[in-house]
Design a protein around this ligand. Structure first.
Ligand code: GLN
Length: 537
């Protein structure tokens, strides 16, 4: 295909309708028909990236191979499509302005007044076409964050308007996601909010081509007809998106509704084959028909907000299906775990995962969680900060270095078993300065990690400033905590494990970012398998 086609996804009525899932589902169907498809997200906030945001603000910060800190929707894109995303797949208003202002300082607009239109909109349009111009994709889906009518989304909406015009007839479409609320008192579904949000879009010069209507109840033919005529779309362009029991069913629901067919028709592209969802459906079947159930404790301090640990929760869904096991993730707030209540809190758990995190709050509870899992042979999995806590716990309670700590929590600790990485010591800026993205790790023979990965070298994604302090490696190793994976260039310890324990592993990286439906992450798969075994005992 010489002309890349563009699909823009906007949202109306309210936020949190699941634009990311709809975009990912449509992409999945187009991919399954043989189109090279990618998805990108444009976010309206002024942070240059979400790396500096607390998870309570927007949920988890996702990390790509090339080290971009991104919106969590990119995680959905990768999990659905099984294709890695990159820096170019997530753009924020902050990044757009930063680059325009840098150009202004360099004199690239010399003599001109720099304005939202055309300078900001040109920058946005250029970035919207970056992946399309690479020649790697037939179809690029662009999700616009926020809700139409928001002040901060306006430059994006205007850019879409211009781009639709620039690209010309049938080279782009706009899919508008709306809510059709059910009013219990009236016993009715209401279409007015949809009409209004389509109108708002129209005021900005954009005509919605397809409406995806989020609803709790089936939309009748009459209602679909009404929305079609009042919103100026064809009858087959009113797509129902009813609440699903799992997000992984949404591609199937969208297929039943014909979303991919109408999109391709409007883009004047051939339908090719019917979508090949064979493997996807095998996964769905396993997900819905589990043979075992396990309870896994997720020990973290952002547990009030499910989105904070999105990729971990999804990785458990993939790994659960692979094991034909329903994984109940039990959130345990690390701030409230102590020596006296840990046994009670953990009594129904078949496994313990200590989550990533930053700062001092809740770390003593995490250390206590590691101790309990270690001493009671409960399968243990530590990720990033969770791995660091495992090192501290072992050092305190087995080596006997009672004051062991990370210098992140106590700068003056006498035993800094976790310490700031050398290259971090001169960095003062907080944005985008951690050790980020994919780095290599060599795995030693005859280790749990080697058995799990089945390979001597891996690449995993990172997001941290602190590391296992090599000065303690020898004594900890002698005491039984094995360093089974290290970075080949720097020697940085990436994996620790306890050979004497049924399943105890901590990793400095974030395996959850690489788990997809097509490729459930081996660490999660083995961990779930270990919890099933532990439960059977
Ligand atoms: N706070 C720790 C560090 O910076 C761990 C980071 C994380 O868990 N992602 O090293």
């Amino acid at each position: 295909m010489d002309q890349t086609k563009y699909i823009f996804v906007t949202g109306g009525v309210t936020s949190s309708l699941g634009k990311g899932i709809i975009a990912a589902s449509l992409a999945k169907l187009l991919q399954a028909r043989g189109y090279r498809t990618t998805i990108q997200k444009f976010d309206p906030y002024i942070n240059v990236d979400p790396g500096t945001l607390n998870p309570y603000e927007h949920g988890e910060c996702y990390v790509t191979d090339d080290g971009a800190e991104t919106d969590l929707d990119l995680g959905h894109y990768e999990r659905f499509l099984n294709v890695p995303t990159s820096q170019a797949n997530n753009v924020t208003t902050g990044r757009v302005y930063l680059s325009v202002i840098e150009k202004e300082r360099r004199g690239e607009f010399l003599g001109k007044t720099v304005q939202v239109v055309p300078h900001i909109t040109n920058e946005i349009k250029e970035r919207m076409q970056l992946l399309g111009n690479s020649g790697n994709y037939d179809i690029v889906i662009t999700e616009i964050g926020g809700t139409v009518g928001d002040i901060e989304s306006l430059p994006y909406i205007e850019s879409v308007r211009q781009l639709v015009w620039d690209l010309g007839e049938s080279n782009s479409i706009v899919v508008h996601l709306t809510l059709v609320p059910y009013l219990a008192a009236a016993g009715e579904l209401k279409t007015k909010p949809t009409q209004h949000s389509v109108k708002t879009l129209m005021e900005s010069g954009i005509k919605a081509d397809i409406l995806v209507c989020r609803t709790e109840h089936e939309l009748s033919d009459e209602l679909r007809q009404k929305m079609a005529s009042f919103c100026n779309v064809t009858r087959d362009s009113v797509i129902q998106s009813i609440d699903a029991s799992t997000i992984y069913e949404v591609p199937n629901l969208m297929q039943e509704e014909g979303l991919d067919v109408v999109a391709l028709k409007k883009l004047e592209l051939p339908l090719k084959n019917t979508p090949d969802l064979k493997n996807w459906n095998v996964f769905l079947h396993r997900l819905k028909n589990p043979k075992h159930v396990v309870n896994i404790g997720l020990i973290g301090k952002y547990v009030e907000l499910q989105d904070s640990y999105k990729s971990i929760l999804e990785a458990f869904i993939h790994a659960g299906a692979a094991n034909e096991t329903k994984v109940n993730v039990v959130s345990v707030h690390s701030e409230y775990i102590d020596t006296h209540n840990v046994a009670e809190k953990f009594k129904d758990l078949d496994g313990v995962l200590v989550a990533p995190g930053f700062g001092e709050r809740g770390i003593e509870g995490k250390i206590e969680a590691v101790r309990y899992a270690r001493e009671h042979d409960i399968p243990f999995f530590g990720i990033c900060l969770g791995m660091q806590m495992a090192v501290i716990e072992y050092s305190r309670n087995v080596l006997g270095l009672k004051d062991s700590n990370s210098t992140e929590m106590n700068e003056g600790t006498a035993n800094p078993v976790i310490d700031l990485m050398e290259e971090q010591k001169t960095i003062t800026d907080k944005g985008g300065t951690m050790r980020l993205g994919a780095w290599k790790c060599d795995i030693k023979d005859n280790t749990l990690a080697r058995r799990i990965y089945g390979s001597a070298q891996i690449q995993e994604r990172h997001r941290h400033r602190y590391e296992y302090n090599g000065e303690y490696a020898e004594s900890l190793e002698k005491a039984g905590l094995r360093s089974s994976g290290t970075n080949p260039d720097t020697g940085l310890v990436e994996i620790v494990e306890l050979p004497e324990h049924p399943f105890f592993i901590g990793v400095q990286y974030h395996p959850e970012y690489k788990s997809t439906v097509a490729n459930p992450h081996p660490l999660f798969v083995s961990f779930v398998e270990a919890t099933v075994k532990a439960k059977q005992k």
